[in-house]
Design a protein around this ligand. Structure first.
Ligand code: ARG
Length: 246
């Protein structure tokens, strides 16, 4: 038996090796999180993560397959091999990191608040919202959900399966505030001028990172080196400018 048998075995089982043999990279994401992944008018899933995923597949020399998955079940879907990687604006949290591994973060964001019209004078920070007279909304299982429970424990909390269902409550005056990742709120408020007010100072620290199954150093090594390359050669900046600066 080879001295390196166990190392070879690890590579055989690596998701990266499986992708190369299959000739397809399967990316799990939950569309609806602008500008990272959303469905356009033609019904195609587009966005910042999707463009990076396309570059990734290209660098591997394989085809890209997008697997649209509800947020609530996205980690179990990764763990049970429904796709190879989560590229879905996922915040790297210590709790999630017990279940899955993360590549080095590709962007840092934070939670921000969109309040209903008329509330912008009495609510200027998340601290002002921590009161039982307010109803806040967010998306189930996200860091918005976690932040609301942690920082706004006195407010009433309602959770929705999708971003748009939550945000529309604030537009319609049925909830006082939507707590969510700042990039989403920035796009949403600019698409709905005059319908709500975005308080655009983030109040949490959230690195976003690609999630992979545990026990796969070969895949993680490739991903981190790929990221370093695209961050250095202008590819990342170009894709960033396309989705964040227009
Ligand atoms: N960053 C937040 C989290 O990790 C929300 C991400 C939602 N992503 C999505 N594709 N819907 O909980």
């Amino acid at each position: 038996t080879s001295l390196f048998a166990s190392d070879n075995d690890l590579w055989e089982k690596s998701t990266l090796n499986q992708i190369m043999e299959r000739k397809v990279l399967r990316v799990g994401l939950d569309a609806g999180y602008m500008p990272f992944e959303m469905t356009n008018k033609q019904g195609k899933i587009v966005g910042f993560d999707v463009d990076i995923a396309r570059q990734m597949a290209k660098a591997m020399g394989v085809k890209l397959e997008i697997v649209n998955t509800a947020w609530d079940g996205i980690i179990p879907a990764l763990v049970t091999d429904k796709f190879d990687i989560i590229m879905s604006g996922m915040t790297l949290t210590a709790e999630r990191n017990l279940q899955i591994n993360f590549a080095d973060p590709y962007i840092v964001i934070g939670q921000s608040i969109m309040v209903r019209n008329g509330l912008e004078d009495e609510v200027q920070s998340y601290k002002d919202l921590n009161d039982s007279k307010y109803t806040v909304v967010s998306k189930l299982g996200t860091t918005g959900d976690i932040a609301a429970k942690r920082y706004l424990s006195k407010a009433k909390l309602r959770l929705f399966e999708t971003e748009s269902e939550g945000a529309i409550e604030v537009v319609n005056g049925k909830a006082d505030a939507f707590i969510y990742d700042l990039p989403f709120n920035a796009v949403y408020s600019s698409q709905n001028p005059g319908k709500l007010v975005h308080l655009d100072t983030p109040f949490t620290y959230e690195p976003l990172a690609w999630g992979v199954r545990k026990g796969d150093p070969d895949f993680l090594n490739w991903l981190n080196n790929f990221m370093r390359q695209i961050q250095g050669d202008g590819t990342y900046d170009k894709i960033y400018a396309k989705w964040f600066e227009s």
